[in-house]
Design a protein around this ligand. Sequence first.
Ligand SMILES: *Cc1c(COP(=O)(O)O)cnc(C)c1O
Length: 390
Amino acid sequence: MSDTWNKRTKAVHAGIRRSQYNEVSEAIYMTQGFVYDTAEAAEARFIEAGEDEFIYARYGNPTIAMFEDRIAALEGAEAGFATASGMAAVNGALTSMLKAGDHVVSARALFGSCLYILEDVLSRYGVEVTFVDGTDLGAWDAAIRPDTKAVFFESVSNPTLEVIDIKAVSALAHAVDATVIIDNVFATPVYSDAIAQGADVVVYSATKHIDGQGRALGGVILGTQEFIRKTVEPYMKHTGGSMSPFTAWMMLKGLETIDLRVRAQTASAQAIAEGLHADGKLAQVIYPGLPSHPQHALTKAQMGAGGTVLAIDAGSQAAAFKLLNTLEIVTISNNLGDAKSIATHPATTTHQRLSDETKAALGITPGLIRISVGLEDTDDLLGDLRAAIG
Ligand SMILES: *Cc1c(COP(=O)(O)O)cnc(C)c1O
């Protein structure tokens, strides 16, 4: 692979390892283990495994290595570790580097399971977490202390689509040598430049746009060679959250088409957001690509486009449920980044666990519907939504 390749080329070719048969499509190595020629060779490999030497699939496997190298190249990261799910990646990135007594600053607007790790899990092990409004740089500045070990945020929050300034928050964190860990799902690898903008560690749920067709759970942690090999890998390989080789193969195939899919889904999301906003029938149309979005300028500078997800507010839970039940093309489910358009009612599903006060503070209103725009015809989708909105 050449470093001068553009993202689309890397997404198709980076990381490939061909067997003696020179197959075109990546081989699936469905094996948990590997055979050593001699006892001495086994001993040597356990002391230090070389670049293309594998021991056990929980540690690594050729198909998984292809996926890790491809997504790392696409993201501009030195290395990656593939995980069984996005949550295994979020948990692995945080837990592998933190210990009792450490301090973390996190944005408050988080995916429910991310909030569970930061709020419930880490505190049980003596890690102190301060939550801030991620869009308020003054709040980050006030919360980050000389002893802060890490900052964590979703660069675009789920489901209210707040966009957080990666460059500015990273500068504040780096002033005290804190590690910047970003859950970058909504930005997608296509619109991400997070590492160049200051992130130290980028985490993806591969379940979303990387697979992009709703088939499998997966995740990946990306960072420096030092962080991945010395901090993440020992933790992940011994605690068991590794990706399966078959999943890695699906994710490799997903990466080959991710640029086309995400750009088409984003163009559709932009047109739908503009159409619904112009109709003026909804209490709110939230989309980072709309000039009315509070971080519209930041979105353009940081990502270049608004992404594949928008949120609308139907006004009440009853109106939201009626709207959802009237949709014919857009399906009711809770994945996102899928080829199929999906509508979610966060207050009663993905974010049900949160108290009413927390929901209100995060803008998760009873009428809020998150819409992940898929690959269907844009006019069909807009027609389906307009008919349901009435
Ligand atoms: C879906 C999601 C996750 C979790 O990923 P899984 O693959 O479902 O475990 C984490 N963060 C964000 C922002 C997500 O959207």
